[in-house]
Design a protein around this ligand. Structure first.
Ligand SMILES: Nc1nc2c(ncn2[C@@H]2O[C@H](COP(=O)(O)OP(=O)(O)OP(=O)(O)O)[C@@H](O)[C@H]2O)c(=O)[nH]1
Length: 433
């Protein structure tokens, strides 16, 4: 039986002899968007569940012609497409053994008639997961050499909105893995070709940049030793042969959902990291980053006996720009100067906004003479920049590592002193100390 299109409502079969309870439970189901078929007897329930595929069955324990347990057992003995339907029992029964019998007969959950809050919460989660699963998209790399199984699995995955790249051997699959972004790898353990499923899993796990891609292995039920070793080699989950469609899709969706969640958390962490180290106005690194990473660059340069320079850039008469043209124009000037510094610096340099209208550059592999040349180049570029149509200039101070005992404060004090001299010397010039 084909799955329902996404827009169709969820359906429930409610078997409840009491008119009042039936009305209450049906209204809760309807509130959660279910279309509800109701009946009072097991006989009608059997007929309805043969004729329809329900998303949920709710049944009372005591029915006029049978027990609710018979309904549970009946559902669990139906065709593969129907036998995994959740069956919820709604009852006033308190006896532990009876309730255990209900679960053993195949009921998914039990809720008390006099406390339907739990049932309400269950439906909230059920509807969310079901709808989310129906819209969950994923790109799957699938490795299986059996034609019959792969045709069935590919069709099932596609039916559930998955994009599938199918390979019959691990070598080709690994090539595809390296050249594409997948949300899941499904691999049969025993494969044609030199490389086994386990070796493929190990190769995939060696690629640190793609370590969030989950691996689902397909194995024979008797493969327990191999399964343990696969888990150790980085496989996340298993499906046993013969493959049950519902189980396979539940595992696929769980793994893809977790991967997407994990990716989202990582993206957010990356954004937070960026926010913590970048200046919001200019996009340059901030003072915090400079003071954290600058000393490391200095130590590296000292350890490898390599040159390193610092350039301090201080815009001239910036207060006048703010006072004459307004703070917003002042911000535009700062932004454009920031972009210019970014453009003129190498990748390994640290270009930062130290505060206000003062910028600090740390330039590894750059001696004092080269740093002065670079500062001159930037000075001229600032003259030609004309942000917001304004003539601007900056004063520069340059310092370079001179001894192995110097730290970032020593470099900064000297470069700052040099800026002071540039200001005193009439501004718009470069001084090195
Ligand atoms: N628009 C804007 N102005 C800022 C920002 N941060 C600091 N400023 C201003 O930058 C100005 C710096 O002024 P001063 O330190 O007196 O220096 P100056 O006017 O550039 O003078 P000299 O350095 O002596 O050439 C002050 O008016 C600050 O308010 C900012 O983020 N945006």
């Amino acid at each position: 039986m084909a799955d329902k299109p996404i827009s169709e409502p969820l359906t429930a079969l409610l078997i409840e002899p009491s008119h009042i309870v039936q009305q209450v439970v049906a209204s809760i189901l309807q509130r959660h968007g279910f279309h509800v078929d109701t009946c009072k007897k097991a006989e009608d329930a059997f007929r309805l569940s043969e004729e329809n595929k329900y998303d949920l069955v709710c049944v009372a324990l005591l029915l006029p012609d049978a027990s609710g347990l018979d309904v549970c057992r009946k559902v669990r003995s139906m065709s593969q497409a129907k036998r995994n339907t959740p069956v919820v029992m709604i009852t006033s029964e308190d006896d532990k053994n009876t309730l255990l019998g209900v679960l053993k007969a195949g009921a998914t959950e039990i809720f008390k008639k006099n406390d339907l809050v739990g049932f309400d919460n269950y439906l909230t989660q059920f509807v969310w997961t079901t709808n989310e699963s129906k819209s969950l998209y994923g790109k799957v790399l699938y490795v299986e050499d059996s034609r019959a199984i792969s045709e069935m699995v590919v069709a099932l995955l596609k039916l559930n909105r998955m994009e599938v790249d199918h390979y019959t051997n691990a070598e080709d699959a690994y090539d595809a893995f390296q050249n594409n972004e997948y949300d899941l790898v499904i691999v049969d353990i025993i494969l044609e070709g030199e490389m086994t499923g386990s070796q493929l899993a190990q190769s995939i796990r060696r690629d640190i940049s793609k370590r969030t891609v989950p691996i689902l292995a397909i194995s024979g039920v008797e493969d327990s030793a191999r399964r343990v070793s696969m888990l150790k080699s980085g496989v996340n989950d298993f499906v046993a042969k013969p493959i049950m469609n519902d189980e396979l899709m539940a595992r696929v969706q769980n793994l893809i959902r977790s991967k997407k969640l994990f990716d989202r958390v990582q993206e957010q962490q990356e954004i937070l990291r960026e926010l913590a180290m970048k200046d919001q106005l200019t996009g340059l690194y901030n003072r915090h980053f400079l003071m954290e990473v600058g000393p490391k660059r200095i130590k590296e340069a000292q350890r490898h006996k390599q040159p390193l320079s610092m350039v301090v850039v201080d815009l001239d008469k910036f207060k006048l720009i703010n006072d004459t043209h307004g703070h917003t124009t002042g911000d535009i000037v700062l932004k454009e100067v920031g972009a210019l510094l970014q453009r003129l610096c190498r990748k390994e340099d640290i270009a930062s906004r130290f505060g206000g209208e003062e910028f600090v550059l740390i330039m590894p592999h750059c001696d004092l003479i080269s740093a002065v040349d670079k500062a001159e180049k930037i000075r001229k570029a600032i003259i030609n920049l004309k942000p917001a149509g304004l003539e601007i200039s900056a004063s520069f101070g340059v310092s370079a590592l001179a001894s192995k005992d110097e730290d970032i404060s020593d470099l900064f004090d000297r470069a700052d002193q040099a800026v002071y001299q540039s200001k005193n010397g009439g501004r718009n010039c470069v001084t090195a100390v």
